[in-house]
Design a protein around this ligand. Sequence first.
Ligand code: ATP
Ligand code: MG
Length: 340
Amino acid sequence: TNRVFSGIQPSGDLHLGNYLGAIRRFVPLQDTHECIYCVVDMHAITVWQEPEELRRATRELTAAYLAAGIDPKRAIIFNQSRVYQHAELAWVFNCVARIGWMNRMTQFKDKAGKNSENVSLGLLAYPSLMAADILLYKATHVPVGDDQKQHLELTRDIAAKFNNDYGDSIEANGLDREFFPITEPLITGPATLVKSLRDGSKKMSKSDPSDQSRISLLDDADAIAKKIKRATTDPEPLPPEIEGLKGRAEADNLVAIYAALADKTKPEVLAEFGGKGWGVFKPALADLAVSTLAPMAGEMRRLLGDPATIDSILAEGAERARPLAEETMRDVRRIVGFVG
Ligand code: ATP
Ligand code: MG
């Protein structure tokens, strides 16, 4: 079988990077795969979240999934904390994965900064919970942005180590030797890592303190245009060919965003705008961003006006996810040697 799993944290304002790197790419996969799209609220609390804000962001992310075109009749949409098996499998994986593996994760280093002794233990163990999310459903494909590549490699390492450490028990229980699949990341398209609008060396993030660094999915046309206009760039015009973007991170980023939004390649965008200055390109990019994002924002607002419907979609999704999760956990408990 081909099963897709992906998750996004309800940890702040959703942005263009989340859309281009993840949400938008979830939609066509519904035609070819069985899809599970999760609102990973347990991941979100690895850094402090105000409870009311977490609830709001959970509904906002669900609305974004729906507004982008994810169909809750086909895909399973639910919030992670409702299906306890995620936490249960994560604990088993905490005992399979090594501390050294976690310490090498660049996301942990970036988020912990110089303060690595005083962040939550959950932030260190984050990739172990992520592996549990994916492997609980034996997902074969995981569409994510490029920043999650290292965590997906770790997911493969955890699956392989579990399959190996418990190999005899897996066999004794009459189960497939490759009990957990070795998952394939799906990291495709021209904008797999959208950069901050203020600093081309950083990725666009929900957790960036500067609102100017990102285009939020709920920004209005005016805010989108202003942020693009103020985006950091060098003074050179756009190059005619892609080689000319080397060493120009900010220019490369804006061209990549344009390409992704227009469903074009970067060379195609440069064929159109090569030799033109920012005074031409930025307004064109702003128009394109507004025409894509404004209808989606409108639909998100409409959906958010009826939180009861959103909540029932999440509840129904959890009802569908739970038996799949329990099927895996029943085997895992036997494999590990838990009685009962
Ligand atoms: P946080 O700063 O709280 O970690 P985030 O913006 O990184 O938030 P996540 O919930 O961690 O968002 O990631 C959700 C999905 O969005 C993942 O698939 C991730 O790879 C993707 N993603 C996040 N940021 C970007 C980006 N700048 N460009 C492309 N994809 C991104
Ligand atoms: Mg992130």
